[in-house]
Write a protein that binds this ligand. Structure first.
Ligand SMILES: [Zn+2]
Length: 633
């Protein structure tokens, strides 16, 4: 790890506020010594955590948990090893929906502890009284069947249909619903775990995984690189593994595994491209586990093991940009991490930019241009929506999420506006310079939190160097602290999509659907095609398009979602059963929210939405069902 003290001194942090700790510790259960010579910096206040990491900081967690599908709980213990950074003898942790049985100090003495008031979204402060010599605490606890991070599926909700399934989703502040911890992204720790489950199932974590099924259902895990709590992850199910390259592969349920192997054939090429761009992959192995359809996100960048929705397995490799995105997080996010959720754009904006560069390298410029123009379309749409609803502050890159569920404030803005900000810098300084800067940024800040103010200082120190002409070309403050898109924003355009636009115009001017030239169109041509009809279709035109192109019966979830938006708005009856089928089988929030939102614009639609939601809810993860409940209120 090549880190200079200088690199974390910029910005708001003063020298006196830096606590230097130099230590070399044995990772418990690890056979290898991990060098943790480090400089521990004072973390910014995190409004979404009760913890006190500037007094006591968790440096390692060991979990020992039994998985019970019958009671839908995890139970056992979490041992937290501590760095003591002050004289304080009170350890404050985040806990939510947990039943604490007891807490022991390292010498086996029972600790006094207190659970605070339960606050919506945030849960409870768990404060533990320590002794002067305490170096670790072990918390014995059980999760609730309602734990918001954990989704417990019946066999009927899986592809195989025979075994139950469990997966976790800890981002943004849900880790505290299954592990009592300092649930703040600035806190980085290593972890190890013993997970006990049925021998018929395999357990996987965001850690070194076993590729063999254990005979007794007991799995041991090691995570030697430090991670943030939102990257703690567990999944248990009937899973198979296939190697896809030197250091990558895929886990999926047996009925899905062959499809996944075909879909993700380019994974090694993506890893190689990413390393060429921004330096060595820091996590050794990169695997993907394809989850059941109720997974609420497209993917989650759990280190060493991306969790992915099966909705990207389209049968034509057209939606694998998501893998490029999650892989890119191995640098932006997992290595250099947003210090608080207000800095979320540092995770996502960098990742979308990086994803775009991987896609360009692997699939070519024309393809990348299509994705970029579609991204700008999404962003403009989001900015308009947030501005109209009076939430214009949520169009800033740097957010103010204090007092809110961070999940509510995390929109397209962090992703797409963040990407276009970086693209603007690239254009102003030139690609060669910008790439060198990013490579340096990732190496310099590896395994450390980053916040917006320190990033601005870093950008100035290493790239812009006070050059006012460059500042004028970029306007960084306007991007970070201003609404919408600054005047320096790029205007992406794709030749491929111009082709699509021509066909949309032809159709709107009276050509029949059959006359349109759709040769060699990919998923992204079709998505743009459907979006260009916003507000321009009637039932008759929709029926003509559906008859010609079979949208209602598409096997591609991205296309289905865009098509169903039109169908709901128009009241296009023939799609009704397919919409119901889609909403009761897919749990990815990105697809669910826009469809329920369109239903909620009329009383009749809202009633229909409520009826579907009642049936679908048991299959949704809490992340999705919370959002849908808000929409249908
Ligand atoms: Zn992401």
């Amino acid at each position: 790890m090549h880190t200079t003290i200088k690199s974390i001194l910029f910005g708001a942090i003063s020298l006196s506020a830096i606590l230097q700790l130099s230590s070399c510790k044995m990772n418990s259960n690890a056979d290898e010594k991990v060098n943790t010579d480090e400089v521990v910096s004072v973390l910014a206040t995190d409004a979404h955590s009760y913890s006190n990491p500037n007094d006591l900081r968790v440096k390692h967690i060991h979990l020992d948990l039994a998985v019970s599908f019958d009671s839908r709980t995890l139970s056992g213990s979490a041992r937290l090893d501590l760095n003591r950074l002050s004289e304080s003898n009170i350890l404050k942790l985040d806990a939510r929906q947990l039943t604490i049985d007891s807490i022991l100090l390292d010498n086996g003495v029972k600790a006094k502890y207190k659970l605070g008031e339960d606050v919506e979204y945030f849960g409870q402060e768990l404060s533990v009284d320590l002794l002067d010599e305490t170096e670790s605490v072990t918390i014995f606890y059980t999760t609730s069947p309602e734990s918001e991070a954990l989704q417990w599926l019946n066999p009927t909700q899986t592809a195989g249909g025979k075994h139950p399934y469990l997966f976790s989703q800890s981002q943004a502040i849900l880790a505290r619903t299954w592990v009592p911890c300092q649930d703040s992204p600035g806190v980085k720790f290593t972890y190890s775990a013993t997970i006990r489950t049925s021998p018929e199932l395999i357990a996987l974590m965001s850690a070194e995984n076993s590729y063999e099924r254990s005979t007794d259902g007991i799995y041991e895990f090691q995570m030697k690189q430090p991670i943030s709590s939102y990257l703690l992850a567990l999944t248990v199910g009937d899973l198979e593994y296939r190697k896809l390259g030197r250091n990558c592969g895929v886990f999926a349920e047996p009925p899905m595994i062959e499809k996944c192997v075909w879909e993700f054939a380019d994974m090694q090429a993506m890893i190689d491209s990413a390393e060429q761009l921004y330096g060595p992959y820091a996590w050794d192995q990169y695997d993907v586990v394809v989850l059941p359809p109720s997974f609420p996100f497209g993917g989650m960048e759990n280190p060493r093991l991306t969790f992915a929705t099966p909705t990207i397995v389209a049968g034509d490799r057209s939606l694998v940009a998501l893998i490029a995105h999650e892989l890119a997080h191995s640098w932006s996010g997992n290595l250099v991490t947003n210090e608080t959720w207000n800095d979320f754009w540092l995770n996502e904006g960098f990742t979308v930019y990086f994803e775009q560069r991987i896609m360009e390298k692997v699939y070519g410029k024309a393809y990348e241009e299509m994705l970029t123009e579609l991204g700008m379309g999404d962003l403009k749409h989001t900015i308009a929506r947030l501005t109209e609803s009076g939430d214009v502050d949520d169009t800033h890159l740097y957010l103010d999420l204090d007092g809110r569920n961070p999940d509510d404030g995390l929109t397209d803005v962090a992703y797409e506006k963040g990407r276009f900000f970086l693209q603007t810098i690239e254009k102003a300084v030139g690609r060669v310079q910008f790439d060198a800067f990013l490579k340096h940024y990732f190496a310099d800040n590896a395994f450390k939190p980053m916040n917006t103010q320190r990033f601005e200082a870093y950008l100035d120190e290493h790239l812009l160097k006070g050059d006012s002409a460059l500042y004028e070309k970029i306007l960084p403050k306007a991007w970070i602290y201003g609404p919408g898109l600054p005047s320096t924003a790029p205007n992406p355009s794709s030749k491929e999509l111009v082709r699509v636009n021509d066909q949309v115009e032809l159709f709107l001017n009276g050509a029949s659907a059959e006359q349109l030239d759709i040769k060699d169109w990919t998923t992204h041509h079709w998505l743009y095609f459907l979006r260009k009809f916003d507000g321009k279709l009637d039932v008759e035109k929709a029926a003509a398009l559906d008859n010609a192109f079979g949208f209602t019966n598409s096997g591609n979830n991205e296309i289905l979602c865009d098509w169903f938006k039109h169908c709901i708005e128009l009241g296009y009856e023939p799609a009704r059963p397919a919409i119901e089928q889609f909403l009761t089988t897919v749990g990815r929030r990105k697809f669910l929210s826009p469809l329920y939102e369109r239903m909620a614009t009329t009383e009749e639609g809202k009633a229909w939405g409520r009826e579907i939601f009642a049936k679908a809810k048991p299959g949704y993860h809490a992340v999705s069902s919370n959002s849908i409940e808000d929409i249908l209120q």
